[in-house]
Design a protein. Sequence first.
Length: 144
Amino acid sequence: MSFLHIIFYFLFAIVVAREVIEMYAKAIHGVAKDVARKLAESLGLSGDFFESWVCQFRINKYNFTPETIGSSGVQIHTDSGFLTILQDDKNVGGLEVMNPSGVYVAVDPVPGTLLINLGDIAKVMIEFLYLFTFSLVVNRLLSS
């Protein structure tokens, strides 16, 4: 295979990957708007209260290795935005949240689901209605 063929296939892969990511981002944005609409309605607000809010799309991939099992993947934190949507990797897991007693408990992946975290901005707006937790990611190996 010539160098030009390699370049062509590489560029083609980038274009295809971009299209897939854009489709995924659009779908997740729809989920975020739907969740925000339901939150607004639960607070007695108009369903379109959050409609014009800007949405930031970010993808994080945690690459754990056998050497990192048991170590912290992400430090203890709260999510700084309004809403975080997590699609957990069924083979990695690692998300833990603080329960009301102050103990971190594992949030095991559930295939076919998304996990919704309300962030700091939501906390300021609706703290009196919903529970907010600290979370962290621990590198751990799940059985296959």
